[in-house]
Structure formats: C-alpha cells, structure tokens
Design a protein around this ligand. Structure first.
Ligand SMILES: Nc1ncnc2c1ncn2[C@@H]1O[C@H](COP(=O)(O)OP(=O)(O)OP(=O)(O)O)[C@@H](O)[C@H]1O
Length: 246
C-alpha cells in the first residue's frame, strides 16, 4: 500500500496528462473528490475512456499523478486490483471464460483467493443477485443485458472501493438499464460513472465535464449537466462529423 497522510481524497488527480504517439489525449487534469457518486461527462473522443483506463491503472500517465483511495494504481497493481473495479461498455471486452461461475471466480483468483474460496464466493454473489441458477450457464447464451450483469457481479465480487463505469449501459434498453442501475444503487461503494449522456448522471453528487482532454467544468450535477446539454445542442446545430475527432 502506498497511502500517505496527505492524500485526503478518494480520487485525486494532479496535473494528469496522457499522450500517445506524440498526441496529447488528456492534459492538466486536476480533480479531487471523495463524493460517493462522481460523474464524468464529455463528447465522443473527449478522452473519457482513456481517463477510465488511467484510473483503473491500465495505462500509465505521461505526466502528473493519480491516486485512488491513496493508491498509485499503476505502480501498485496488487493494491489496485483490491481497490478499483471497472465495467466497460462492451461485456465481450471483459468476459474471458465460457461459463458464469468461472468468470466471476476469475477476478477473485487474481486477488489471491484459493480455487475453492473463489468458487464459493462466486456462488455467494450469484445467490445475492438471485441468479444461483446461472452458475453453469454458457455466457454466450445470455443476452447483452445479462452479460452486463455477469460482468457487474464479477467486478462487485472483488469488493472494490471504487467502481468505474465506462458507459456500461450504452446500447441497452430502458428496462435493462434501470434494472442494472438498481443493482448498482444497492451497493455501498463509490461510483465514478463516465458517460456522454447527461441522463445517466442525473442526481450525481458531482459531475466533471471533459472536453478535448481537459476539464472545463466541475460541480453539482444540476449545475454542470444543464450547461453541458445546452452546449451539446449548440454544437449539434453547428458542426458535422468531420469535426468530431479534432
Ligand atoms: N492508443 C491510442 N492511439 C491513438 N489515439 C488514441 C489512443 N487512445 C485514444 N486515442 C484518441 O484519443 C481520443 C480520446 O479517446 P477516448 O476513447 O479516450 O475518448 P472517449 O471520450 O472515450 O470517446 P467515445 O465517447 O467515443 O468512446 C480519441 O480521439 C482517440 O482516437
């Protein structure tokens, strides 16, 4: 563990930057938050997924520092695995195993649990979600929403302190989205939810607006989201697709 006394915030970015192949993707991000529901909103290509991967320790910052619950998630992978979970937009990017129970057990094995402990804990989590019957179900036979739920159960089984949601509900129908949202609401863990859709972040404790790799506004959801929405409508009336990746 690399926690130190001066790290007062659950999520702490200090002048964070990320570049790839000479291209600046994120620049000068400073964000300090201990809110329970943190939202990050931004257009396509604004750097949201890159930020999610940095927060999960899957990428190394090019400059600045990043700590989650006091941990340098890139340098201390073991502590990061115990602290941060991430749900991606596409469950296929997350799922490795053919059957539900072994998929859920995998993360627990990564955390150092024995095979039998991991299998038992996976069963416990399935029962908690009232899905004990899915134990041996082939994952490929599940619907997209059900695959998302498997990923959610797998990540929650690892008991992270922070769960990063990288647009995991995009493309799901409204009832499925609401059901998965209810599962998340039942969990007493910190959420950092990344989305281009302000509707996903309504009621969040705070929202940070990312634009072209920089934070342009931070504050309560009911202050930031209306400004973001108005700006998106303005831009929607102006530009065309050729400008999206600027
Ligand atoms: N490895 C990479 N190499 C080159 N460019 C990259 C790389 N990773 C990200 N980018 C570029 O950085 C920008 C931000 O990408 P990122 O996926 O983080 O944005 P995003 O806000 O999540 O977008 P979307 O909402 O479309 O998923 C994009 O223009 C993307 O093409």
């Amino acid at each position: 563990m690399q926690a130190t006394a001066d790290l007062r915030h659950a999520v702490q970015l200090e002048d964070l930057g990320y570049e790839v192949a000479g291209r600046v993707i994120l620049s000068g991000l400073t964000l300090r938050s201990s809110a329970r529901r943190i939202g990050v909103v931004g257009r396509n290509g604004s750097g949201k997924s890159t930020l999610a991967r940095l927060l999960a320790g899957l990428l190394a910052p090019s400059r600045g520092t990043l700590r989650v619950e006091g941990i340098d998630v890139q340098a201390d992978r073991k502590a990061a695995l115990a602290t941060v979970g991430i749900l991606f937009q596409n469950p296929e990017h997350q799922i490795i195993f053919p059957r539900v129970q072994e998929e859920i057990a995998f993360g627990l094995r990564q955390q150092g649990r024995s095979k039998s402990e991991a299998a038992a804990e996976a069963l416990r989590v399935l029962a908690l979600f009232d899905k004990a019957g899915w134990k041996d179900a082939p994952i490929q036979s599940l619907s997209q929403g059900q695959k998302h739920l498997v990923c959610m159960m797998a990540v929650l089984a690892m008991r992270p302190q922070l769960l990063i949601l990288d647009e995991p509900f995009a493309g799901l129908d409204i009832p499925t989205k609401m059901q998965l949202g209810r599962h998340l609401d039942r969990c007493a863990i910190r959420l950092l939810h990344i989305s281009h859709d302000p509707g996903d972040l309504r009621g969040y404790d705070e929202v940070h607006w990312l634009d072209r790799g920089r934070l342009v506004a931070s504050g309560a959801a009911d202050l930031v989201l209306p400004r973001f929405t108005a700006e998106m409508i303005r831009q929607g009336g102006l530009d065309d697709l050729s400008q999206l990746s600027d």
